[in-house]
Design a protein around this ligand. Structure first.
Ligand SMILES: [Fe+2]
Length: 176
């Protein structure tokens, strides 16, 4: 229930940010910052899962998140270096950071199946929100071709994560 609430809140924050941003879309440096931040947060969630979960499927998913998001963020870092620019912190990055800190505080109190379900459901909601934002907003707003292309490639990976998270939630048969 709480997971759904957070997803809804995050989505609301993303959408309200979007309503403002429809008049003035986020710039490339803000998009880069937010995409990078979202990846780093998923990596932090994954480290928590590896520390707290004993479920093989959950641990495998967490390892995949660390591997894939580390790779995408390394590419983003290389692009940032190549362009010699500094990503800009922004409201959406802040919302993601704050939401994830609150989630982690909840998660460390959990163990066993309660943790696995909370983590899995959050991963599903998180990827849904991030993927919607990347797919419907960031890719269209990005003006630097290399950034647009990086986001397009990353979205393919992130959509696979979303599908994988959906399967993980189903397999865990968590009470909703
Ligand atoms: Fe992911």
């Amino acid at each position: 229930m709480k997971n759904h609430l957070l997803s809804t809140l995050l989505l609301g924050a993303v959408l309200s940010g979007t309503a403002i941003a429809d008049e003035a879309a986020m710039n490339d440096l803000e998009i880069a910052h937010t995409a990078y931040t979202a990846g780093q947060l998923d990596i932090r969630y994954a480290h928590l899962a590896l520390a707290l979960s004993e479920d093989d499927a959950v641990r495998e998913f967490a390892s995949l998140m660390i591997r894939d998001h580390t790779a995408v963020n390394a590419e983003a870092g290389a692009l940032i270096e190549e362009l010699n620019v500094t990503p800009q912190d922004n409201d959406l990055s802040q919302v993601l950071v704050k939401g994830a800190a609150e989630k982690r505080a909840e998660f460390v109190e959990l163990s066993g199946k309660a943790f696995d379900c909370a983590y899995a459901q959050n991963e599903l909601g998180y990827h849904q929100v991030v993927n919607q934002t990347v797919g419907e907003k960031f890719i269209h707003w990005a003006t630097v071709p290399q950034l647009k292309s990086l986001l397009e490639d990353a979205l393919v990976t992130f959509k696979a994560h979303e599908a994988h998270a959906e399967q993980m939630v189903a397999d865990l048969a968590c009470a909703s």
